[in-house]
Write a new protein. Structure first.
Length: 240
């Protein structure tokens, strides 16, 4: 007897038709057994088919693996370095840049090195400096916090004329500056930072910029104390 072509045995519709025919005893027994056997073999082959192979990861010693590790390390260290650089830059405030901060520090250092007395020698008369700079003066009376008033005057801070009150306590020194606000919108902003070891805290109000700049050779004067003094005395702005 001729064998049934294999492609016919793989057809699901043909298989179903043959099953119905076999159940009705319409085909010879040998043919029926042959078709059933082929159907069983096909099902077994489908169940025992080899599973798909998983993706093989590159070896630790392969160039691709080493390149991937190097890329991760470069990105990680680059991100860390950028974050450290950002932290060291200090905050940025409207209209205030590092050049102005540095000008305050330089003027403070020059007053600390000064040996001649200032024209203004009392806190009570410090507000009269507003007549010279044509702006209100931040007359922070730090003597109530144990500081010694050493004098006041009008100094050059960058491109601006500024009133400066100068105080000392032990090896610590503080300058209280009154400058024009660099922010043309004249908004109110608070700021604080440490620039080259000098703690600075201040605020803008109206058309004025008012700040406290400190220094100490042993870094005992911290920005937290400067901020505290600013918060305690920020309302002491006099118009002379």
């Amino acid at each position: 007897m001729e064998q049934i072509p294999e492609q016919f045995t793989e057809d699901p519709a043909l298989k179903a038709a043959l099953r119905r025919a076999l159940d009705q005893e319409a085909a010879p027994a040998a043919l029926r057994n042959r078709i059933l056997a082929l159907n069983a073999e096909s099902a077994a082959d489908a169940q025992t088919a080899a599973p798909p192979r998983s993706l093989k990861m590159p070896s630790r010693h392969s160039p691709l693996f080493r390149f991937a590790v190097a890329a991760v390390l470069v990105i990680g260290f680059g991100t860390l370095g950028y974050r450290i650089w950002q932290m060291n830059q200090g905050p940025v405030y409207p209209g205030i840049n590092n050049a102005l901060y540095q000008a305050m520090v330089d003027t403070h250092a020059a007053r600390r090195a000064q040996t001649t007395p200032d024209a203004v020698t009392t806190i009570a008369s410090a507000s009269t400096l507003s007549q010279t700079i044509q702006r209100p003066v931040f007359v922070a009376d730090l003597t109530r916090d144990g500081w010694t008033f050493q004098g006041a005057g009008v100094r050059k801070v960058g491109d601006h004329q500024a009133a400066q009150l100068y105080f000392t306590k032990g090896n610590q020194a503080i300058s209280v500056f009154s400058l024009p606000s660099p922010d043309k919108n004249y908004g109110d902003h608070d700021y604080d930072l440490v620039l080259n070891g000098s703690p600075i805290a201040g605020f803008t109000h109206g058309k004025g910029l008012y700040c406290i700049v400190g220094s100490s050779p042993d870094d005992s004067l911290q920005v937290a104390e400067v901020k505290r003094l600013l918060a305690e005395h920020r309302g002491e702005i006099g118009k002379g």
